[in-house]
Design a protein around this ligand. Structure first.
Ligand code: NAP
Length: 251
C-alpha cells in the first residue's frame, strides 16, 4: 500500500528546535506517523512533551550554538532508544541589522547555529547510520533565502544558502550508503522567527501581497513534506531542497 511507505513506525527521529514553531509541528507529525522523537532544545520543550506524551517524546536540553553538545545529543538518544533513523536540523536563528553596520556577533551567532553545528551534528548522525548499517534520513530546514538575497539578514542568507549547497555535497557522498539528505525551504511562516516581520506593517503587507496562496504558512503546512522526506516514500530523492512556500518562489 502506498500509504505504508509514509509510515515512520519503529523509527527514531532527532528534531532540533523542538519547543516551538516548525520544529514542534514536525515532532507532532512524526509521532502521529509512528516514530519516537528526541527533541533537542535549549529551553525545556514542556509544551511539546505534554502534547506528545513521555512514551513518544524525549527532550535533550542542549544549546546548539556550540558543537560541544553533539556527543550529549547522540549519547542521550542512543541511551533512550538505542538507534537513530532520522535527523531534522530545524533549530535556527535570524539577526536583522543593516549590512553596512552588521556586527561580527550577529554573523557568528547565526552561522554557528544555522550552519556549523548543523554540519557537525549531521556528520555525527551519519557516522551512527554507518555503524548501524541502516542508512537513514536527514532533513535540513533551509529558507527562501537559500534562493534569494533577503534584506538586512546577511548572515541568515549566507547560512541558508550554504545549507542548501552542503545538502547536495553530502548527498553526493552518502547516497551510496542509503542515506537520503534533503532540505525543506519554508516560505513565510507564522512563527517566532517572523514575529518582527509580521509586526512591521509595511513589510508584512508587501510579503503577503507577493504570496500567491494569499496567506502566511503555518507549522502544519510543513508536516507533509517533513514526513515524506523522513519516510521510505522518498528513498530515491537525494540532495534536493523542496520549497513549501505558497508559491512564493514562482513569482
Ligand atoms: P522559531 O519559532 O524561532 O523556532 C526556532 C527554534 O530553534 C526554536 O525552538 C529555538 O529555541 C531553536 N533554537 C534557536 N537557537 C538555538 C540554540 N542555540 N540551541 C538550541 N535550539 C535553538 O522559528 P521557526 O520559524 O519555527 O524556525 C524553524 C526553522 O525554520 C529555522 O531554521 C528557521 O530559520 C527556518 N525557517 C523559518 C521560516 C519562517 O517563516 N518561520 C522560513 C524559512 C525558514 P528557542 O525557542 O529557545 O529560541
Amino acid at each position: 500500500m502506498i500509504l505504508d511507505q509514509f509510515s515512520l513506525a519503529g523509527k527514531v527521529a532527532i528534531v532540533t528546535g523542538s519547543n516551538t514553531g516548525l520544529g514542534q509541528g514536525i515532532c507532532r507529525a512524526y509521532v502521529e506517523a509512528g516514530a519516537k522523537v528526541v527533541g533537542v532544545s535549549r529551553r525545556p520543550s514542556t509544551e511539546t512533551a505534554e502534547m506528545l506524551g513521555d512514551e513518544n517524546f524525549y527532550n535533550v536540553i542542549a544549546d546548539l550554538s556550540s558543537c560541544d553538545v553533539i556527543p550529549k545529543v547522540i549519547n542521550e538518544t542512543l541511551a533512550k532508544y538505542g538507534r537513530i533513523d532520522i535527523l531534522v536540523n530545524n533549530a535556527g536563528i535570524i539577526k536583522r541589522q543593516d549590512s553596512i553596520e552588521f556586527s561580527e556577533e550577529n554573523w557568528d551567532s547565526v552561522m554557528n547555529v544555522n550552519l556549523k553545528t548543523v554540519f557537525f551534528l549531521t556528520q555525527a548522525v551519519a557516522q551512527q547510520f554507518l555503524k548501524q548499517q541502516s542508512g537513514g534520513k536527514i532533513i535540513n530546514i533551509a529558507s527562501m533565502l537559500s534562493y534569494q538575497g533577503g534584506i538586512r539578514v546577511p548572515s541568515y542568507t549566507a547560512s541558508k544558502s550554504a545549507i542548501k549547497g552542503v545538502t547536495m555535497t553530502l548527498s553526493n557522498e552518502w547516497a551510496k550508503y542509503g542515506i537520503n539528505i534533503n532540505g525543506i525551504a519554508p516560505g513565510y511562516m507564522a512563527t517566532n522567527n517572523t514575529q518582527a516581520l509580521r509586526q512591521d506593517e509595511d513589510r508584512s503587507a508587501d510579503i503577503l501581497a507577493r504570496i500567491p496562496a494569499g496567506r502566511w504558512g503555518t507549522p502544519a503546512d510543513l508536516e507533509g513534506a517533513a514526513v515524506f522526506l523522513a519516510s521510505s516514500a522518498s528513498d530515491y530523492v537525494n540532495g534536493f531542497t523542496i520549497a513549501v512556500d505558497g508559491g512564493w518562489l514562482g513569482r
